[in-house]
Design a binder for this molecule. Sequence first.
Ligand SMILES: [Zn+2]
Length: 375
Amino acid sequence: MSPSVSRRLPLVYHPHYSCSWPPKHRFPMSKFADLHAFLLTQPSVLATASWHQPELPPHAWVEAVHEREYYRAFLGSRLGDAEARRIGFREQLSRPELIRRTRLEVGGTVLTAKLALRHGLACNLAGGTHHAHAGTRAGSGFTILNDLAVAAAYVRKHEGVSRVAVVDLDVHQGDGTATLFEGDGSVFTLSMHCGANFPFRKARSDLDIDVPSVGTADAGYLRLLREALPTMLRRFRPELAPPWRRGSEPQAGVLYDAGVDVWEGDGLGHLKLSHAGIWSRDRYVIETCVRSGVPIACVIGGGYDRDPLALARRHALLHRAAARVWRGSARLSGSAPAEVPLEGLAPGRDPGRARSGITEKKARDRVGGPRLIDA
Ligand SMILES: [Zn+2]
């Protein structure tokens, strides 16, 4: 990261990311506002951040990815019951508030990607709706529009970016993103997920890592990640251009889905990462991209907890990790550094072991790549 690029870490938020919502609904709609409120109590983040508010995205941005028929039916509250069931929002799906917040979330991830290209790193306080597919039955799994895909398509078309990688570490496979870009050599999809979890019919990403649920805790998970991320970056290396040295060169960028449903107590995940493990994961991904000169735009992804404050704190690990990397004062470690401020978070479990479940579609080599962080 060049300190001359920007003095402040761009964070993207809109007060309508959260809308009114049935209190017992499984989807934690308040978490975006809760996350924002929590980050406002974090001096280390506030001292580093600049805040940016997205606008509603033009329809053309969304229709570059999703079928016009599906998108217009959603906007017009005309999606059918089957679609509503697949998405999981039922009667909520036709509410103008939900339609607006869904569009704002897409606009927010596009804005985050644009800011990352200018400053090297940026974070949204929402995003990661990766189960939305192509076609006229696109929505599923609490996702209606695929913000990651819209952002990837936008930066290719409008920002001169020739290659985009989606690094999806949500516990659920990024099946929608994978299908939307299957066969598209300009977008590399990496999904590291719990194989024994939704979606049970998996799509084919460019690089899929099926993390075994039994016994996969911090150490095993991070070991798999340290194989996967350098492998992805090696594919990008010929086109890399650090933000401060771009000119008219082809550019590459990473969209990072930092879902916290990998946490050991998550309501919808089956993995066993501790909070310290999530912190190490986010630090590793962000630091690796920044050191490699790859702009990285982060979104929060999934996370499910009945306790809204606990969930907000968990999602905030991403923004705190980004702030730490931004300040450039961190020393990375494979395990949780002693100085990590995890107050209010439950302690993690002992690291476990994991079998490697790496499968690749486009290339079969398993290159370790440069190890930027020693285990
Ligand atoms: Zn998820």
